[in-house]
Design a protein around this ligand. Structure first.
Ligand code: CTP
Length: 397
């Protein structure tokens, strides 16, 4: 939650400006307050009145509004916020920021502020990729300005590619990651997610159907409660949420190394569907078909068990949580797995194809700990994540 945190929201002039209104609503719903500042161009896309109505606050538009200067000077306006968010940040506005211009209220505020700044860029794909814009983005990064997005996808101009404004919910998550003072503030949580890929040769690999959806939802729920999340992910189809420190890996071996590199932690959650085996003699060249029609024999060896390894370490996190993907005897198998792996909790789920859970949007889990098993009703993976994050926050109190 944002619990009274103040956001100064600079709305730039682009077709995505209307989405900043949704962002205002989400920030306020999270308990934060918003003071909107509209550039002249932004007023072509959204009216000051709608921004003001949603923010329930005065909207600032012009540097030379003397009444405003009497009420609150631009220096004070820029410094009374906990975070300045520029959304959408257009190519032109980004260029102004990178060049240190101060020729209107919005750019002057950004020059005068000593508060952290975050931008959410939105522009045509060619503009985003243009060397001048990329140079400006690199300058802002070097200046310590945080960035969310842009996303890749269909754009209002009919083209496809990077440049689309990040979803308002994702921008809110990034804001929460910086400002939230929830029950997990100050806690470091490691989270593994997605499948692993174990190479057979340079073009083929052993994999599984994990999309990484449950791991990504859980990361986002933990961030919302204020946790610092180290998110270690295999090649998942669902992207990592904003606000987490991402390490991308491919194999189980790499995942174990990445986890060990970010220890110590208050909790570690192993939501990854790690491949159980790797090919011992993975070929460095592409394996060709045998002329006799004989298929190649793959020699497999067991992968390190990341969860069991971490659970047995001396500097083990205080709370270690595993997932158990089962198709038969879910409860019995998961209970045995918890013991065998030495984790504190195990979150069991039935991944039989008829449940549609693996790769789907919903999950039905049973959480097993020292006190027994607790079965939760089937729900959206995001809801399961929120409930689990709440239970983790209770346990880490
Ligand atoms: N896990 C892990 N490293 C592995 C295998 C699994 O960290 N090499 C973790 C998973 O992230 C999960 C838990 O162990 O939290 C259980 O994973 P699961 O695939 O259900 O169990 P397995 O150990 O693979 O056991 P089995 O295949 O016999 O069911």
């Amino acid at each position: 939650m944002l619990n009274g945190k103040r956001i100064l929201l600079v709305i730039g002039g682009g077709i995505a400006a209307f989405k900043s209104l949704e962002l205002i609503r989400l920030i306020r719903k999270s308990g934060g307050s918003v003071t909107p500042v509209l550039t002249r161009a932004a007023q072509e896309f959204v009216t000051p009145l709608s921004a003001s109505a949603l923010a329930a606050d005065k909207v600032y538009t012009d540097l030379f509004d003397l009444t405003d200067e009497a009420e609150m000077g631009h220096i004070e306006l820029s410094r009374s916020a906990d975070l300045v968010v520029v959304c959408p940040a257009t190519a032109d506005f980004i260029a102004k920021m990178a060049g240190g211009h101060a020729d209107d209220l919005a750019s002057t505020l950004l020059m005068a502020t000593d508060t952290p700044v975050m931008i959410a860029p939105a522009m045509n794909v060619r503009m985003w990729l243009h060397p001048a814009n990329q140079r400006n983005i690199a300058t802002l990064k070097a200046d310590g300005i945080a960035r969310t997005g842009p996303d890749e996808g269909d754009m209002a101009c009919g083209e496809f590619g990077p440049g689309r404004l990040a979803e308002p919910q994702d921008i809110l998550d990034a804001i929460l990651a910086r400002l939230a003072n929830g029950p997990l503030s100050g806690k470091h949580i490691i989270l593994t997610s997605g499948p692993t890929h174990e190479p057979i040769d340079p073009v083929r690999y052993i994999a599984n159907r994990s999309s990484g959806a449950q791991g990504a939802a859980l990361a986002s729920a933990l961030v919302r409660l204020g946790a610092r999340v180290s998110f270690i992910t295999g090649p998942a189809t669902v992207p990592p949420p904003p606000g987490v420190a991402v390490t991308r890996v491919e194999t189980a071996d790499q995942m174990l190394n990445a986890v060990q590199a970010v220890l110590p932690a208050d909790a570690a959650i192993f939501a990854a569907a790690v491949a159980d085996w790797h090919v011992t003699d993975a070929s460095t060249g592409k394996i060709k078909k045998d002329k006799t029609g004989k298929p190649p024999a793959l020699k497999l060896a067991e992968n390190p068990d990341i969860l069991a390894t971490v659970a047995k370490m001396k500097n083990r996190p205080g709370l270690v949580i595993g997932f158990a993907a089962e198709t038969d005897d879910v409860l019995a198998n998961a209970t045995a797995k918890r013991k065998r792996k030495g984790c504190d909790w195990i979150v069991a789920n039935d991944v039989s194809p008829e449940t549609g859970i693996m790769g789907g949007d919903e999950n039905a889990v049973t959480v097993i700990d020292d006190n027994g098993a607790e079965t939760w009703p089937r729900a959206a993976k995001h809801d399961v994540a929120r409930r689990l994050a709440g239970r983790i926050a209770e346990a880490l109190k």
